[in-house]
Design a protein around this ligand. Structure first.
Ligand SMILES: Cc1cc2nc3c(=O)[nH]c(=O)nc-3n(C[C@H](O)[C@H](O)[C@H](O)COP(=O)(O)OP(=O)(O)OC[C@H]3O[C@@H](n4cnc5c(N)ncnc54)[C@H](O)[C@@H]3O)c2cc1C
Length: 542
């Protein structure tokens, strides 16, 4: 980092705030992270809701796409970062069979062929097609979106650079990408597969964290976003894994790394507003009245807090404010966390099987059941048959539960997104009972194995964790809020209309998920601005 060490205040100690803190401190900046809760991590957090014997990864549960640039530069392995690779999908069905998308290609083929030999033939082609798309689109995940439509020479140059990045797309590829952006995941899957279990299991990644059912336009793209993991340096992966110690251990490793480079982390410290004087961020004010001066402020909060609560709207352009007010941030997700005294024993696969218990257990027997769950919530009722994406990280990680016991994470959808506006404890309990009853039907005795239960709905996500509207990604990951639109057209480059204030939360491109990409990009942006002196010019330009 150039010349004099800047004083940087980072608002929010979620994983993005911690990554930015580590990278900036390593470059010589004087960094303070201010976190409202008593522990860091935000949505990447391990908690002990049932006392000292169980560690539960409360919200997010699997790692995928954190770039090696972050892992290596922050030396995270030295600070305890360790991933247990997860096995593939296991989808048990009420008729006693199960679809398994794990193991060898021959095992996968045989499992799919129980339902359709045509689907078994199609699956390797589907994976190859997704792989090709990943190779083309993956590098865009680590690109800074240009200001599309701007005629300024430097913006035109950025637009040309973007076109160059996707130069390998031929006419067919452009058609595929257009279809992906506009189609529903249901329409796409029905073109490829005919059996209900196959369509159901593959549809889940099109609706995870999304206020849209599988028959809604744009959900094909959501699937692609989740499937196509670009590691930021051109390495592509769709692989997922469980961090040892739960997702909070990733945050603790990031905290330790940042502190090792000299960053200060303050918890129980709520920022009330960003101090702006003469059009420039000068620091922050806490809810206690204390003010902290800074040369640069990086905010990682939900954009509604970052821009509508922490700034005076008169300091922002009207169209920017309108864009943030329009920002859609619903999802109707409910997390059900359990402590178990034994592993579930599935009718289709009796006994303990690493490919069953060490994978993602999916309750989504068909497109229609998933769509039905969304339609219920759209009509104002918690779903009668919620879909669930379940995993048992203690199968690999014995630090999470006592010997023989396990912790289970159930990611489920949907309840009405309006549940974010008020507590709905009774409806959430009844909803959790229905998810548990679905597992009981597939693995008799499951209910009796439950020792403890925690249910986190949209209201708790907003009020405890700062996820406005209960959206798990700080804002819906639909095509209308992606890339150059994230969070507002013209401001997808990690800067904001306030000089000296940068934005690196999940509502930026590359965000939504424990990726650290927004933090990496913001650090690169700050370096660039300091190198070119752009910071000083920003106010004049806008
Ligand atoms: C149920 C659920 C499941 C998920 N599953 C996965 C998954 O398996 N894999 C995956 O990759 N992603 C998953 N995600 C998404 C992922 O967890 C988030 O996108 C990511 O953790 C957000 O990180 P962040 O640093 O951008 O923001 P946050 O984690 O939200 O951090 C923001 C921080 O700011 C703090 N804060 C808020 N207001 C103030 C204030 N006024 N002053 C100071 N601090 C403040 C908050 O307490 C919080 O710690 C999931 C999310 C949820 C909710």
């Amino acid at each position: 980092m150039a010349d004099e060490a800047p004083r940087v205040v980072i608002v929010g100690g979620g994983h993005n705030g911690l990554v930015a803190a580590g990278l900036l401190a390593k470059r010589g900046a004087s960094v303070s992270v201010l976190e409202r809760r008593s522990k860091v991590g935000g949505a990447a957090v391990t908690e002990q809701p049932w006392g000292p014997h169980y560690k539960m990864t409360a919200l997010s549960y699997v790692m995928s796409i954190m770039p090696p640039a972050i892992l290596d530069e922050l030396q995270l392995a030295r600070h305890g970062y360790r991933i247990h690779p997860q096995h593939g999908y296991f989808a048990p069905l009420p008729d006693g069979r199960a679809l398994q998308l794990s193991g060898t290609p021959a095992q996968r083929h045989a499992s799919i062929a129980q339902f359709s030999s045509r689907d078994a033939e199609a699956h390797p082609r589907w994976e190859a097609w997704l792989g090709d798309l990943a190779n083309t689109l993956g590098p865009l995940l680590s690109a800074v979106p240009p200001r599309l439509g701007s005629k300024r020479p430097s913006d035109l140059l950025d637009q040309a650079r973007l076109a160059w990045k996707v130069r390998n797309l031929d006419q067919r590829g452009v058609g595929d990408v257009t279809r992906l952006f506009t189609m529903s995941i249901a329409d796409l899957l029905e073109e490829w597969f005919e059996s209900d279990p196959m369509q159901g299991v593959l549809a889940v990644s099109g609706v995870i964290g999304t206020w849209a059912g599988p028959r809604s336009a744009g959900t094909a793209f959501v699937m692609a976003h989740h499937q196509i993991g670009d590691l930021g340096d051109g390495q592509i992966t769709g692989e997922w894994g469980f961090p040892e110690g739960g997702m909070g251990a990733v945050s603790e490793a990031l905290r330790a790394a940042a502190e090792s480079f000299g960053a200060r982390i303050r918890t129980d410290c709520t920022v009330a507003r960003v101090v702006v004087r003469n059009g420039r961020a000068q620091g922050v004010a806490l809810d206690t009245g204390e003010e902290l001066a800074a040369d640069l402020v990086v905010t990682t909060l939900h954009p509604k807090y970052a821009f509508l609560d922490h700034l005076d709207r008169n300091d922002l352009p009207d169209d920017f404010v309108a864009g943030i007010e329009r920002w859609r941030t619903r999802s109707g997700t409910v997390k059900v966390n359990l402590a178990l005294d034994r592993l579930p024993d599935f009718l289709s696969h009796p006994g303990v099987d690493p490919l069953v218990h060490g994978g993602t257990i999916v309750l989504a027997p068909s497109l229609d059941t998933i769509e039905g769950a969304f339609q219920d919530a759209g009509a104002g009722r918690a779903a009668a048959e919620p879909f669930a994406d379940i995993c048992i990280p203690s199968v690999f990680d014995r630090t999470l539960a006592p010997e023989g016991h396990h912790v289970m994470s159930m990611f489920t959808q949907w309840v009405p997104h309006q549940f974010a506006e008020a507590h709905h404890p009774d409806e959430l309990d009844a909803y959790a009972e229905r998810v548990i009853a679905r597992v009981e039907a597939l693995a008799p005795g499951f209910t009796n194995s439950i020792l403890h239960r925690q249910v986190i709905g949209p209201y708790e996500m907003e009020h405890t964790y700062g996820l406005v509207g209960g959206n798990i990604f700080h804002g819906e990951l639909t095509p209308s809020q992606m890339f150059h639109m994230r969070p507002v057209p013209g401001w997808a480059d990690f800067t904001t209309p306030i000089a000296g204030l940068y934005f690196a939360g999940s509502a930026t491109h590359g965000g939504g998920g424990v990726t650290g990409i927004p933090a990496l990009q913001v650090v690169r942006r700050i370096e660039h601005d300091r190198r070119t002196g752009a910071l000083a010019k920003l106010r004049r330009r806008r």
